[in-house]
Design a protein around this ligand. Structure first.
Ligand SMILES: O=C(O)CCC(=O)C(=O)O
Length: 256
C-alpha cells in the first residue's frame, strides 16, 4: 500500500509549505542508489548526459580533495539517464504523495542530486526555487529524498514555515550562489528538517530553504525530485524542453 498523507498532514503542508515523511523507500533501494551514484562519481561509470558540477572552491583550487569525486556538489539528470534513479522518480510513495498535493497529471521539472562530502560540502544560501524556474504558476513540489541520514551536522534542510505564502521574494547573486536579498528581506532563524536515509522532505517551490556546510565526517547526499502539474505553463523563451512525463494527461498550451 502506498503511503497516503492524512488530512492533517495535507493541512500542515498547505500551512507550512513542507512535510517530512520517513520510509519512502526501503534500505536495499537506498543502498543500490548510493552504490550506483558512487560508480558515477568515483568509479568511472560512463555518465553520458548526466551532468556533474564541482564545488566552486575545489574548482578554483582553494580546497584540495583526496578523490575528484569528493569535490562534486551536484549531479543533474540521473532520473532520465539512469534506470535505478528513473525508478526512484516514479516511486509509488513519492508520486502518490505528490499527486495528493498537486493532482494526478504530473511532469518532472528537474532532478538534482546534491552532494555534501564530509568537511567539503559548502552551504546553500537561503533561496526559493520558483523565482528562477520558468514555470507558472509557482506551485511546484520537490521531494528532497535522502541517501544518507540528513542531520544538522551534515547539512539537512532548514526552512521558514509558512513563507511560501509570501510570494516571490527578491534574490541577488553573490559569490557562488543566488540568495534572497538580505538588504530587502530579513531572514529569521530557520527550522531544521532532519530526515533519515530513505525518507524525504516535500516542499513548495516558494518555500525559502537553506542547507549548512557539512562540518561532519559523514556524507550528505540527497536528490531533489521536483514535480509540476501538467497544466503548468512554460514562461521562458520558445516552447521549452520536453519534460519527463510522470503520469496522467497532458494539456494543450501547457508544458511539453
Ligand atoms: O541539498 C541542498 O544542499 C540544497 C537543496 C536545494 O536548495 C534545492 O533542492 O533547491
Amino acid at each position: 500500500m502506498a503511503i497516503q498523507l492524512t488530512t492533517d498532514q495535507l493541512k500542515s503542508y498547505d500551512q507550512n509549505g513542507y512535510i517530512t515523511i520517513e520510509d519512502l523507500a526501503p534500505k536495499q533501494t537506498v543502498e543500490a542508489l548510493s552504490n550506483r551514484l558512487r560508480e558515477y562519481t568515483h568509479g568511472g561509470r560512463p555518465s553520458g548526459a548526466i551532468r556533474m558540477q564541482t564545488e566552486p572552491r575545489v574548482q578554483r583550487q582553494e580546497m584540495q580533495v583526496v578523490h575528484a569525486g569528493d569535490g562534486i556538489r551536484k549531479v543533474d539528470n540521473l532520473v532520465k539517464e539512469d534506470d535505478l534513479f528513473h525508478q526512484l522518480g516514479l516511486n509509488h510513495n513519492i508520486v502518490g504523495i505528490i499527486s495528493q498535493i498537486l493532482g494526478t497529471d504530473l511532469k518532472m521539472f528537474r532532478n538534482s542530486l546534491l552532494m555534501k562530502a564530509p568537511e567539503v560540502g559548502s552551504q546553500k544560501g537561503w533561496h526559493q526555487d520558483s523565482p528562477y524556474w520558468p514555470i507558472e504558476p509557482m506551485d511546484l513540489c520537490s521531494c528532497w529524498f535522502t541517501l544518507d541520514d540528513a542531520t544538522p551536522e551534515n547539512g539537512c534542510l532548514a526552512v521558514l514555515p509558512g513563507w511560501h505564502k509570501r510570494g516571490s521574494l527578491p534574490h541577488i547573486s553573490v559569490t557562488d550562489d543566488y540568495v534572497i536579498d538580505p538588504a530587502q528581506c530579513e531572514i529569521p532563524e530557520g527550522i531544521l528538517a532532519p530526515v533519515k536515509a530513505g525518507g524525504g522532505v516535500f516542499f513548495h517551490s516558494l518555500l525559502p530553504h537553506y542547507t549548512a556546510p557539512n562540518k561532519s565526517g559523514k556524507w550528505r547526499r540527497a536528490i531533489a525530485l521536483s514535480y509540476m502539474s501538467s497544466k503548468s505553463r512554460h514562461t521562458g523563451s520558445g516552447d521549452g524542453p520536453t519534460y519527463l512525463h510522470i503520469q496522467g494527461k497532458t494539456y494543450p498550451n501547457c508544458v511539453n
